[in-house]
Design a binder for this molecule. Structure first.
Ligand SMILES: [Zn+2]
Length: 256
């Protein structure tokens, strides 16, 4: 009989209670994609690894493959999350990142690029947190899904702005900015558009450095808020559209 034990690296996306003393842990693993596993007895005070299975924890894990749920067998911490969960803003940002990944990634489908992105954003959350981290991550996630917002020409007619002019509207359905003639979607300010171009145009590191305030975060930056609102709406739009296409697919292919 082949061994059903396997090892992998994983980041905890979320956990929830099960039964009297167990907890179900949702991991994004490096090689096995998103995995749901039961950690038995972890809510008892004498549990050997209960305290390590917190959201955002990065772990070396050994799991026993099960039919629906795997079983957590061993857990070693690779990198702890000290600090994040003492800071309410960082915690909120971490949860938003983990939820977005959980929503986007299907079970047991290897997504090593997604794992690498999560490792990267996790490091950013731990070292230079700012209100820009979540929206920047959402835009990068969308880009990795093939959804690149059009920011250099009108997403309806293709017009390119002349001279000092720039776009002032962004249309979620068309997936980009719109010119003054087409003019559909929600309004976007020039600084917010510039920030989005930085985030998506290979200048993310600089943008994150600018947004990070070592003495504490400023959550009232209107430009970052604008980019965050647009990122959230674009992400929701994408997830809804994908859920719709999945349900249509399932209706036509009941055998899968
Ligand atoms: Zn146009």
């Amino acid at each position: 009989m082949t061994s059903r034990l396997y090892r992998d690296r994983g980041i905890v996306l979320r956990t929830y209670k099960a039964g009297e003393s167990d907890r179900i842990i949702v991991f994004l693993t490096e090689q096995n994609g998103k995995v749901r596993a039961i950690a038995k007895g972890v809510r008892k005070t004498r549990s050997k690894f209960g305290g390590r299975l917190e959201p955002l924890s990065m772990l070396e894990i050994q799991l026993h493959r099960g039919r629906d749920l795997d079983v957590v067998n061993q857990v070693e911490t690779i990198d702890s999350t000290h600090g994040v969960f003492g800071d309410l803003d960082s915690m909120t940002e971490a949860i938003a990142v983990l939820e977005a990944v959980d929503q986007l990634v299907p079970d047991r489908e290897p997504v090593p690029h997604m794992y690498r992105m999560l490792v990267g954003v996790r490091r950013t959350l731990l070292t230079r947190p700012s209100p820009l981290v979540v929206p920047a991550f959402l835009w990068k996630l969308l880009a990795s899904e093939g959804v690149h917002p059009v920011l250099d020409r009108c997403s309806v007619c293709g017009e390119v702005p002349e001279g000092d002019k720039d776009f002032s509207t962004f249309d979620l359905h068309h997936g980009g900015v719109t010119c003054s003639t087409c003019r559909t979607g929600m309004s976007i300010s020039r600084p917010a558009l510039d920030l989005m171009r930085d985030v998506l145009g290979g200048r993310l590191g600089d943008a994150l450095d600018r947004a990070h305030h070592p003495g504490g975060q400023t959550l009232d930056d209107p430009v970052v808020n604008e980019v965050a609102l647009l990122a959230t709406k674009a992400f929701e739009h994408h997830v809804e559209r994908r859920l719709r296409s999945v349900s249509i697919f399932e209706r036509h292919d009941p055998g899968s």
